[in-house]
Design a protein around this ligand. Structure first.
Ligand code: SF4
Length: 367
C-alpha cells in the first residue's frame, strides 16, 4: 500500500499520531485516546491496514480449526453478562466426563478440527485431578492435538484448590499436555469496570499475574478486549496499555482479539457498538499494540460482513471455524470449506494455521 494514497497532515495533531505509527514509532495511550476520540475512521483504517501488511501480505488472511469444549457450566463468579453459567448446587448444570470430552474431540477430528479449546466455569468442587485426567486422556488418544485451556480466573481457582503456587500448578498442567492459554476473561481491565461487570472475578492485578506466570512457564496464548457496555474510551486505552506492558515483559501473546459484548442477560447493559466504532477500535489495536503480531476478528460474534471489513482494517485472521460454542450466539463459519470460501470471496488467499500461528497444510487447498 502506498501511504501517499491518503494524505496525512503533519501539522494536524491526530494525523501526526498516525504518521508517527507509520514510521514505526510507538504511540502513547494519550495519543491512542486522541485517535479514538477524534480520529478519522478511514485514516485509522488505512494506517492499520498499512501496518498489517508489514507482518503479512495483504493478499492473505488466516483461520484455524479448533473445537470449543465447555467442560462445566457451574460457576461461582456470576459475571453480570453471562447466561451460560448455572449456580453451583442448583442441580441444573453439567460437568462433562472425560469420555464425553473425548467423544466431542472424536467428532471434531472428523470435522477436520485437530485442536481443542477447553474452558468452563469456576467450580471449586471439581478436583485438580479432573483437569489433569481430561488433558491426559485427550493427549493419550491424540498426542499431536494442541490443547488451549483455562482462562486466568480458572487457573487462579486451581491455585486455590490445590494450595500450590500458581507456577507449580501450571507446570503440572503443562507436563500433562496443556499447550497454551486463552487470554479470556479480560473484558475491560480496569477496576471500575471489574466492579460493574464481575466483582467476583480476578482483579486486574490477578489477571496480569496469572497471564504473566503462564507466559513465564512457556504457555503462550492470546489476549482480548470486550467492549460495548459502560466503559469509557479512557478505559479501553487503559486496557490496551495493561496488555502492551505485559507483552513487553513476556512476549507471550501471539494474538489480540477485540470483541463486543452480546446481549445475554437482563442484568447487564449492552451498548450496541456501531460498525465503524468496532473497526476503529480494531484499527487502534493494530496501531497501539505494536508488539503483538496478529490481530484477530471474530466472525462468530460480529458476522461475515463486519468480519470481511475487519480484514481491511488491521486484522489478519478470523480465528476458528465454529464446531461448538455454548457461551455466545454464533454467526460463525461452520466448516473449513465455508471459511476458505469466505476468505476467497473477501479477496484473500486463505491460510490455515494452528494455535501457534504456524501454517499447516490442508487437503482443501483448491477450495
Ligand atoms: S463468563 Fe465465565 S467466569 Fe463469568 S460467570 Fe460465565 S462462566 Fe463464570
Amino acid at each position: 500500500m502506498n501511504l501517499a494514497s491518503f494524505s496525512l497532515n503533519p501539522n494536524d495533531p491526530v494525523d501526526s499520531v498516525l504518521l508517527k505509527a507509520t514510521e514505526g514509532k510507538r504511540i502513547s495511550p494519550k495519543e491512542g485516546l486522541l485517535l479514538y476520540k477524534e480520529g478519522d475512521f478511514l485514516k485509522i483504517q488505512m494506517v492499520a491496514r498499512f501496518l498489517r501488511e508489514k507482518i503479512r501480505p495483504h493478499s492473505e488472511a488466516s483461520y484455524t480449526m479448533f473445537r470449543v469444549v465447555n467442560y462445566t457450566n457451574y460457576c461461582n463468579v456470576e459475571c453480570s453478562f453471562c447466561s451460560f453459567m448455572d449456580e453451583i448446587g442448583n442441580g441444573k448444570g453439567y460437568v462433562l466426563s472425560k469420555e464425553d470430552i473425548l467423544q466431542k474431540m472424536d467428532y471434531a477430528m472428523e470435522e477436520g478440527a485437530d485442536q481443542m479449546f477447553l474452558q468452563g466455569g469456576v467450580y471449586p468442587e471439581l478436583p485438580f485431578d479432573y483437569y489433569l485426567d481430561v488433558i491426559r486422556t485427550v493427549k493419550a488418544k491424540y498426542p499431536k492435538m494442541h490443547i488451549r485451556a483455562f482462562s486466568p480466573v480458572e487457573v487462579i481457582n486451581l491455585e486455590t484448590i490445590t494450595g500450590k503456587p500458581l507456577r507449580e500448578v501450571l507446570e503440572i498442567l503443562k507436563e500433562a499436555g496443556l499447550d497454551s492459554v486463552p487470554g479470556a476473561g479480560a473484558e475491560i481491565l480496569t477496576e471500575r469496570m471489574r466492579q460493574i461487570i464481575s466483582p467476583k472475578k480476578a482483579t486486574v492485578a490477578e489477571w496480569v499475574r496469572a497471564m504473566e506466570t503462564c507466559h513465564e512457564v512457556g504457555l503462550k496464548g492470546s489476549a482480548n478486549i470486550v467492549f460495548g457496555s459502560e466503559e469509557t474510551e479512557e478505559e479501553v486505552m487503559e486496557h490496551l496499555q495493561v496488555v502492551r506492558d505485559l507483552q513487553d515483559r513476556t512476549g507471550g501473546f501471539l494474538s489480540f482479539i477485540p470483541w463486543t459484548f452480546q446481549p445475554q442477560t437482563k442484568r447487564f447493559k449492552v451498548r450496541p457498538v456501531p460498525t465503524h466504532e468496532y473497526l476503529k477500535v480494531l484499527g487502534i489495536c493494530r496501531i497501539f499494540l505494536d508488539n503483538i503480531q496478529h490481530i484477530e476478528t471474530s466472525v462468530m460474534v460480529l458476522g461475515k460482513g463486519v468480519g470481511q471489513l475487519a480484514l481491511y482494517s488491521g486484522a489478519d485472521d478470523i480465528s476458528s471455524v465454529v464446531i461448538e460454542e455454548n457461551v455466545l450466539r454464533s454467526f460463525g463459519l461452520k466448516t473449513e470449506k465455508e471459511a476458505r470460501k469466505f476468505l476467497k470471496e473477501g479477496g484473500f488467499r486463505p491460510v490455515r494455521r494452528d494455535l501457534n500461528y504456524e501454517e499447516v497444510p490442508t487437503n482443501l487447498e483448491l477450495v
